[in-house]
Design a protein around this ligand. Structure first.
Ligand code: ADP
Length: 473
């Protein structure tokens, strides 16, 4: 299916490319069709019209000639003489009386086949204006009129001229013209489509280049098109200026978050310290005072942690987060982390680890922070009686650490978003569980800064597994 789509890319009816192609093709087709029509009409005029004029003249002259001759001779002879005078090759004349009987006719009928002659002779009426008609296999220009002699109508005049050769030539020309026009339109449409596609290429390039700019390289990103039209180059220039402004404001925002977090964390740490020392030293506090101080201390601690997370993220964004990379024995690390977690969470932590020592190049303390974050989540989002498993193994792609719980799980559609800043899945439940939505983004940032990766696999009501992969060095 995808293969087919690649070969026949979907046509977007709203695309500029399609609209321009259709627009230009329609205008060219109309222009060409008009030209072809006009040429056809002109050819017909050249080939046929003089014949029409010719027989119209004959039809007008014959009654006059008959009138003149009948002064000198009987009208039947005058009629025949006039017909003979006006007869030309390919021009046929005859006169019928009111009972449709032939009174006189030209003497060249032997040029025509008998069947055509009979068919022509059987015609009853003829228009005054010449017109083309097909009689048998041949084409004729036909025209008629009355023959008055001495105030009396002698009969009806029929004048025809054989234009078979001209008409056939005209039809062949029209046919060639139509075929030529259709071929030209098709070729022109294809050429137009290709030309428009190529003309829009720089815009597509610009869009592709813009789409790959990430937040991290906003500052260095520069759009440059070598062989683009000046309008597109100008657009790229405008984009570059906008990118510079965006980068600047993004940097200012980062700086602001970093400064605010830093400025708030220090006094809050002092407040927290005082609260802790009051709680530890004072023995004469009432229950209410004790509870109030404990709430204040725990809220202060939570806020300090949040500020620390924000500070870490802001520093990571600016590339100022320090990492002390060294050889770390992961087997020791997970035992230490499990011990710490067990102490503060009162939860059973199962370690699955084969005896082989696994070492990676990483920042030991940052890695500890990552695992504690994941275990903290596993504790928060599962029932107290369920265990948490820490698994360590060496695989082809590197060292793997997995943190699994048998908790509530994460809905599939939210799994790709939980690593975003301040994103919290399942609002109803998470609102009653403490947290800021920054933990997993810190995990991702730290792991990726150590060239590793983190993924999640989760099923609702069965549990979640977070997998950290750290590359071999
Ligand atoms: P929070 O401070 O809310 O825990 P995190 O960034 O650590 O923020 O996690 C983001 C969201 O991912 C959480 O709000 C929670 O809905 C979901 N989540 C993280 N870990 C787990 C887990 N082990 N089990 C179920 N849901 C989890």
């Amino acid at each position: 299916m995808t293969q087919i789509r690649k070969i026949y890319p979907k046509i977007d009816p709203y695309s500029l490319r399609l609209r321009l192609t259709v627009g230009v093709a329609v205008v060219s087709t109309l222009g060409l069709a008009n030209l072809a029509f006009w040429t056809g009409w002109k050819i017909q005029q050249l080939l046929i019209n003089n014949h029409k004029e010719n027989i119209e003249i004959i039809a007008q002259r014959l009654p006059r000639d008959v009138q003149i001759y009948s002064e000198m001779m009987p009208s039947a002879t005058a009629l025949q003489k006039s017909i003979d005078n006006l007869t030309e090759t390919n021009t046929f004349l005859w006169v019928k009386n009111t009972d449709n009987q032939i009174l006189a006719k030209s003497n060249n009928w032997n040029q025509l086949p008998n069947a055509t002659t009979t068919e022509l002779m059987s015609l009853g009426e003829m228009t005054l204006k010449p017109r083309i008609d097909k009689v048998g296999e041949r084409y004729f220009v036909l025209c008629g009129g009355a023959v008055p002699v001495k105030g009396k109508i002698l009969g009806k005049l029929f004048v025809v001229q054989d234009v078979t050769r001209e008409q056939k030539m005209f039809l062949v020309m029209v046919q060639s013209l139509s075929i030529g026009s259709v071929i030209t339109i098709v070729v022109m449409s294809v050429a137009i489509a290709i030309y428009i596609k190529r003309s829009l290429q720089p815009l597509m390039q610009l869009s592709q280049m813009t789409s790959v700019i990430s937040l991290a390289d906003l500052g260095q990103a520069k759009l440059y098109l070598d062989k683009a039209p000046s309008e597109v180059k100008e657009l790229a220039q405008t984009f570059n200026m906008m990118l510079a402004r965006l980068s600047q404001s993004w940097e200012q925002e980062r700086q602001f978050v970093s400064n605010v977090s830093h400025e708030l964390r220090t006094p809050l740490t002092i407040v927290h310290g005082y609260l802790q020392s009051v709680l530890r030293r004072q023995t004469n506090l009432t229950d209410m005072q004790q509870e109030a101080l404990e709430t204040a201390a725990s809220e202060a601690e939570r806020t300090i942690r949040l500020l620390q997370d924000l500070l870490d993220l802001a520093r990571a964004d600016s590339g100022y987060l320090q990492f002390c990379l060294e050889e770390c024995l992961l087997n020791d690390l997970i035992i230490e982390v499990a011990g710490m977690a067990e102490k503060y969470s009162d939860r059973q932590i199962i370690i699955e680890n084969n005896i082989n020592p696994i070492t990676v190049k990483a920042d030991y303390n940052r890695l500890k922070q990552v695992l504690l974050n994941l275990i903290d989540n596993a504790v928060k989002y599962s029932e107290p009686n369920t265990p948490i498993t820490l698994k360590l193994e060496q695989q082809e792609q590197g060292a793997i650490i997995q943190v699994s719980d048998q908790g509530y799980g994460i809905p599939l559609q939210q799994q790709s978003r939980i690593f975003e800043r301040f994103y919290r899945a399942d609002e109803a439940r998470t609102s009653s569980i403490g947290g800021s939505g920054l933990g997993l983004s810190i995990v991702k940032t730290l792991v990726e800064s150590m060239e590793g990766s983190v993924t999640v696999r989760s099923r609702l009501h069965e549990g979640s597994t977070f997998t950290i992969t750290l590359p071999k060095h």
